[in-house]
Design a protein around this ligand. Structure first.
Ligand code: FES
Length: 343
């Protein structure tokens, strides 16, 4: 979210949540109150964590599940329960874009306008919905049905352009399909997302994010199963490779020359040979095993470097029959300032 000086967002950020953007008396009067039950549920969330203040994020979702945004009353509740200042709660609530500083509509529609979605029409979708709803980013339609926002990458680039409604995915949208989706939402319909859970509404999903079921009863919860999903675009590369008979080279443990390939055969060089069939000494086999067992690149590099087969580091190999240093004293340039020995 933008926080440019002078913008509504900037004003909100400056005030931190003691003065959220929309705290008009009319708005506050229309909010459902935070009840004793809300406070009990907040404490239930706190009990899940060794440090109660770790509960702040789901508690803010809980507030949104009741009032549709992080209200002044919600900030106060979180601060009181956690022993924080309201400024501390506000600093968290204004950092994350999932916490809203204006009352949201029934649904939150997020349009990805980040790179890949934008190339494929994300901004055109945003512009069309903006025109239909008569709102801009982070504003709510006059009928209270939809809050519209643009979003950064929603981690679904293979399904670009994507739109989410209350964080559920509607993949591979175009202007017309997105308009149809929003029109249906405004009629009170809940088109099934492309994948994942059925759509509820912003307050419902906020309750889910707080760690409580958003469904009224066990039957409703049982019915809220994820949609079948083929993961087609995600797996298209795998299917193409199978059609073409392509496969990744087998994985081998790195050793000297790791990462290179046999120039003739085009195959990865085998560096791990089974014990007992190699003709190696026990020390060499043990060194192979250390290389194979190393977990990290650094460990592998260390194990490979200490392998008996590891080449001498450049410049350190002595001529045959020579022991000790091969550098005459005083002739090695270095940082000591001594420099080569003088004649
Ligand atoms: S750019 Fe839109 S999901 Fe990644």
């Amino acid at each position: 979210m933008s926080s440019l000086p002078g913008s509504p967002e900037g004003a909100a950020t400056t005030g931190l949540v003691d003065t959220p953007v929309d705290a008009s008396p009319e708005t506050l009067a229309a909010l459902p109150p935070l009840t004793a039950q809300t406070r009990l549920e907040a404490r239930e969330i706190m009990a899940r964590y060794p440090q109660p203040r770790s509960a702040l994020l789901p508690m803010l979702h809980l507030v949104q599940s009741v009032q549709g945004y992080v209200s002044p009353e919600g900030v106060t509740l979180c601060a009181e329960e956690l022993g924080l200042t309201k400024a501390e709660v506000g600093a968290v609530a204004t950092f994350y874009t999932m916490y809203k500083r204006r009352p949201t509509g029934r649904h939150l529609v997020s349009v990805c306008t980040n790179t890949l979605c934008n190339v494929l029409g994300g901004q055109r979708i945003m512009d069309a919905l903006s025109a239909d709803l008569g709102v801009h980013h982070d504003e709510t339609a006059a009928d209270g049905s939809i809050t519209l926002e643009h979003a950064e990458c929603l981690a679904a680039c293979d399904y670009a352009p994507v739109v989410t409604v209350d964080y559920e995915f509607y993949d591979q949208q175009d202007v017309e399909s997105a308009r149809d989706l929003v029109a249906a939402l405004r009629r009170g319909e809940k088109p099934h997302p492309t994948r994942g859970a059925p759509l509820s509404d912003f307050r419902g999903v906020s309750r889910q994010l707080a760690g409580f079921s958003q469904w009224a009863d066990a039957d409703a919860e049982a019915a809220a199963v994820d949609a079948p999903w083929s993961a087609g675009p995600t797996l298209i590369g795998v299917h193409l490779a199978a059609e073409r008979g392509e496969a990744a080279p087998p994985m081998t443990a790195p050793g000297p020359g790791a990462g290179t390939q046999d120039a003739d055969a085009g195959e990865a060089r085998e560096t791990v040979r089974p014990s007992g069939r190699t003709g190696q000494s026990p020390g060499e086999e043990a060194a192979d095993a250390r290389v194979a067992a190393a977990d990290t690149p650094a460990e592998k590099a260390g194990a490979a470097g200490s392998h008996p087969d590891a080449p001498e580091p450049a410049g350190r190999r002595l001529p045959d029959g020579v022991t000790g240093t091969d550098t005459p004293a005083g002739s090695e340039p270095g940082t000591s300032g001594q420099g080569p020995g003088k004649a």
